[in-house]
Design a protein around this ligand. Sequence first.
Ligand code: PLP
Length: 365
Amino acid sequence: MVDLAWQHAQIADEVMTGIDEVMRTTAFIQGPQVSTFEKHFAEFCDVAHCVGVSSGTDALEMAVRGLGLGAGDVVIVPANSFIASTLGVIRAGAQVQLVDCDPETYLIDVEAVERAMGPEVKAVMPVHLFGQAAPVDQLSEVVGDAFIIEDAAQSQGALRHGHPAGSLGSVAATSFYPGKNIGAYGDAGAVLTDDDDLAQHVRNLGNWGSPQKYHHPEIGFNSRLDSIQAVVLGAKLRRLGDWNKLRQEAAGRYDELLGERGRVAPPTVLSGNEHVWHLYVVRVPNRDEAVSRMHEAGIGVGVHYPIPMHLQGALSYMGYEAGDFPSTEAAAREMLSLPMYPGITADQQSEVIDVLHRVLDLIES
Ligand SMILES: Cc1ncc(COP(=O)(O)O)c(C=O)c1O
């Protein structure tokens, strides 16, 4: 589904030189590579601050806690997302209230948020799923004073009305998991915000809740970006614009190939969005059979995500049931992610689409 070796081949020399420098200076934690990357990534996302942390999941929790939210506060999260979107809220001690997704874009349903708003709702978390931004502008009109916490894990470089994902709400959390549009060589993430105090608070939280060495006024984490990961991310950031363009070209080719056959609809791009195609997701009947047949044919497709959030065992205590979020549940049954990465070739994509149609013929015969 992804070919990370293609990316590594382009940056290998730069990364090895940078890692040698980290080893020579032994600044493994909080080295100058970290602050340089934070500065450049903040510029890329058009925000004042980027605070590097250990993972996207930590970034989400630190964003929630950084805003001072916890017990008694409710955060609205879309049911159609990866479980980490809710874990950050729950681990911060706040309560999650799930809402359904839009049936076409799979992004948070703004009308459902409007219906769910109440005095206890202190924040809403749009997830910029699959590489396109959620309609944060429309959300802002219905959330009143509640904070908007962007889950920008899948959307580095995506734009909404010309503004980068990560700059659209009060605070954003992103992930540099290796397979993301910009991925580290291990786990890493970041919190993004324009708010000076919030950025400092998040930075303190990542340093065991310490604004000053050996002073710990609040419970914190050990969650920081390593210097070696910052070297990798710095090298990838310099190429992210080009790599996202390659993803866009690949998405255009899939659109065309699918359009020629007229059987499987290409994904919907929300008006006002520039999509960066973290994933290229289509819908097919008998999805699970299609996945195993495509795997048998050597095509690395994926499913994001097969079990909706509200039906995960970990969240069963919330009391949600099958049928509560019909659009999310229908999508979870049918969504199929086609191979998508910078460096995928036109021939590879034609083969993917040929095999997909052969598999659909087989299933339907
Ligand atoms: C939408 C979303 N949110 C949060 C995360 C969590 O990021 P991480 O794996 O870096 O903890 C991920 C990815 O894994 C994700 O896809």
